[in-house]
Design a binder for this molecule. Structure first.
Ligand code: SR1
Ligand code: MG
Length: 405
């Protein structure tokens, strides 16, 4: 049992002291502690984050607070950085070029230290500045495929999965937030919900329409019972840092075991939201096209792993299927279809909660008020259409005729 007794929220002075006592980090930064520039850059909902620069190197320090950072009255246990550290260490060997390097974790201070992604911005910010989203979408498709395949029943012996389940099932604090904020609150009146007044008729539909509630129950059941792989758990565009060389995924504090389509759906939802918020039709189409690009990249990388990975697995081991190419194809198709349907359902729910729940997207922030209402209405209508008919949702989300692939 981890004791919280030595915990205290850090400030730049106390962080400087903590870092100076850790020789490998002090050497990385170089010079004397007084030479280090420590800048607080917390902008997520939950934690404190600092970037530290010294004469010879840099790092990023992230500490849990005993409450939600943006709402100190919302008290919260500290263990989220423990799970973020566990997630980073579990997936870094699988996608080493797509996550920041793990440097240190202090379980008493709940302090996680990683490499600093100097000169990166969030994918949200890059989208707002007009970046072509296709290369990042393609890269994140590979990221989700590689990080989930190798932490799934198919990517290793069942003992690996048992170990991951044992650890990440403990992340009940942040999984509770996902369960409430993403999977439940938007479908009834809840004091945390808020939305643009133009969305009122659609919100009433979300609260009362039996077809929507049936789909919500189905997606909730997928989330709880489809124990497929280790997920990032919060893969929106703010969890992806980009520079001109590519993308790095951060913020794995919501990591949990669940359906692979959950991570896919979170990312696709960010693209769909950004496309509806786009200032011109051309830009809207460009961002919209990145959703099928992500999806195709995911499917290709996932199937490549399936065919070429030499992982020892207890799920359909090669000797059961190697003489029957059609059977392999059938199994792959079935699994890809299931992930794609989950992707569409969870994407719809993520779009809905980012417009009507507690934690909104910033994609629409800079639009004039009337535009904002109108564009959010279009985005929400699209998500409601997806969720109302889950069978048709994959084709509506990734129309075959319109894909650039
Ligand atoms: C109280 S936390 C609200 C949201 O912020 C995080 O980034 C997750 O998306 C969570 O749902
Ligand atoms: Mg985050």
């Amino acid at each position: 049992m981890i004791q919280d007794t030595q915990y205290h929220p850090l400030n730049p002075d106390s962080l400087r002291q903590v870092l100076s006592d850790l020789s490998s980090l002090a050497i990385r930064l170089g010079g004397a502690p007084s030479d280090w520039n420590i800048r607080e850059v917390s902008d997520g909902n939950l934690n404190s984050v600092w970037l530290v620069h010294g004469p010879s190197g840099s790092l990023c320090a992230k500490q849990s607070l005993p409450h939600v950072r943006v709402d100190p009255s919302w008290k919260m246990p500290l263990d989220r950085t423990t799970f973020e550290a566990g997630w980073l260490q579990a997936i870094a060997p699988l996608v080493p070029d797509m996550v920041p390097e793990f440097l240190h974790f202090d379980p008493q201070l709940f302090l996680l230290v990683t490499a600093c992604l100097d000169d990166h911005v969030t994918f949200t910010e890059a989208l707002a500045k007009g970046m072509d989203p296709a290369p990042v979408a393609s890269q994140i498709g590979r990221f989700v495929a590689q990080s989930t395949f190798h932490t799934s029943w198919r990517g290793g012996p069942f003992e690996n999965m048992a170990r991951l389940e044992g650890f990440f099932s403990g992340n009940t604090t942040l999984t509770r937030i996902t369960v409430d904020l993403v999977l439940t609150d938007p479908y009834h009146d809840h004091p945390r919900n808020h939305y643009h007044p133009a969305l009122k008729p659609l919100v009433e539909q979300l609260h009362t329409d039996p077809a929507i509630h049936r789909s919500v129950c189905h997606m909730q059941s997928r989330f709880f019972t489809a124990r497929e792989a280790l997920l990032h758990g919060d893969l929106h565009s703010g969890s992806v840092m980009v520079d001109r060389n590519g993308a790095s995924v951060i913020d794995g504090e919501f990591s949990c075991i669940g359906p692979i389509g959950f991570d896919c759906g979170m990312f696709v939802a960010s693209l769909i939201l950004a496309s509806f918020a786009a200032p011109t039709e051309a830009r809207r189409d460009q961002i919209r096209q990145a959703a099928p690009i992500f999806h195709q990249s995911f499917l290709k990388a996932y199937c490549d792993e399936w065919l070429h990975s030499d992982a020892k697995t207890d799920l359909a081991p090669a000797f059961l299927t190697r003489h029957d190419a059609a059977e392999i194809q059938r199994q792959k198709q079935e699994e890809c279809d299931r992930i794609t349907t989950d992707t569409a359902g969870f994407a719809a729910m993520e779009i809905i909660r980012r417009l009507t729940g507690y934690a909104h997207t910033s994609h629409f922030d800079n639009l004039p008020e009337t535009d904002k209402g109108q564009k959010q209405y279009q985005a929400l209508s699209f998500a409601i259409q997806l969720l109302s008919d889950l069978k048709a949702a994959p084709e509506n989300l990734f129309p075959r005729g319109k894909t650039a692939l």
